[in-house]
Design a binder for this molecule. Structure first.
Ligand code: GLU
Length: 300
């Protein structure tokens, strides 16, 4: 495994195209795209690392996986009365389907669905308590307390996040936002601004992969359902392509991270901040494809 990861790093650095960092969040736009890290936790309890695996990056939409786990724990199946479970075929911040489907988001991983999920986590308490639950869950899942929110990144997105504001107000107009838009959005932006390393991310994915070394924070049924959604919706309108290339459930973020789950076999964290045209990590997707090919871990 270590040899495989080392050769993936070499192959990634041999290519010139690194994609482009997320331009709509100023704090992320200025990051050097030519960076890469990959970490793998295997079923026998070992971890393998290659590249900048100690470097913290903004997990952005990967946080939607942890918020979903927390929301399912808090409100259970009630969440599905507010959010569907279908791939969107549209970009992560699209408003088109939300209008057609009367404020009922397609899935919990597009922004509109994630805003509803965070709203469900927020009801009846202060934003800092909802955030403490998500952060606490991530720390528990990764066996590591050294994970924090970057307030500068959250503020940066708050300043430029007009699309997410539009989505929140649109949800509110359909009665599908139960808290003040500013409060839900503030919580959502801070949740997205959590920073992790790939080493921590791979550790956090062990519960979803059902590895024996993982803390028991999620039921088998919830893990299966979250993995199914990661497979069908985790890469937005690039989800089909990711399933085609990699064949494993994965969730990307515009910070360039990808969390990948090989059920019962491994949990994988990858990071490279340059994005492809879907808003998913360019080099990260290439690396996931190489790893899947080298290991035969595809679920298909
Ligand atoms: N915070 C980002 C947004 O709402 C997350 C999007 C992503 O990572 O795909 O635009």
């Amino acid at each position: 495994m270590q040899e495989t990861l080392t050769s993936i790093v070499a192959e990634i650095f041999a290519e010139d195209d690194w994609g482009q960092t997320a331009q709509y969040i100023p704090e992320l736009a200025s990051i050097d795209p030519k960076q890469f890290a990959i970490s793998v936790c295997t079923a026998d309890g070992r971890q393998f690392n290659a590249g900048s695996t100690d470097k913290r990056f903004s997990i952005q939409s990967i946080s939607k996986v942890f918020a979903l786990v927390a929301a399912l724990g808090r409100v259970g199946d009630q969440l599905w009365t507010r959010v569907s479970r279908e791939p969107s075929g549209t970009s992560f911040d699209s408003v088109v389907l939300l209008e057609q489907e009367k404020g009922h988001p397609r899935n919990p991983f597009v922004n509109a669905g994630a805003i509803v999920t965070t709203d469900a986590l927020l009801s009846g308490r202060e934003p800092k308590l909802a955030l403490a639950e998500v952060l606490g869950l991530i720390r528990q899942m990764s066996d590591c307390d050294d994970i924090y929110i970057n307030d500068v990144v959250a503020a940066s997105e708050q300043k430029t996040g007009s699309r997410n504001k539009a989505l929140a107000y649109y949800l509110q107009s359909h009665g599908n936002l139960h808290n003040a838009p500013d409060l839900t959005l503030g919580t959502y932006f801070h949740q997205c601004a959590i920073e992790m390393t790939t080493a921590q991310l791979a550790m956090a994915g062990r519960s979803l992969a059902g590895l024996a070394s993982a803390p028991r924070v999620i039921s088998l049924q919830h893990a299966r359902r979250v993995n199914a959604l990661m497979m069908t919706c985790g890469h937005y309108d690039g989800s089909g392509d990711f399933a085609f290339r990699v064949g494993l459930p994965g969730k990307s973020g515009v910070g360039g991270g990808i969390l990948i789950v090989a059920p019962k076999v491994a949990s994988i964290g990858i990071w490279s901040p340059g994005l492809n045209h879907y808003g998913n990590s360019h080099a990260g997707t290439r690396a996931a494809t190489m790893l899947s090919k080298a290991t035969n871990w595809s679920v298909f």
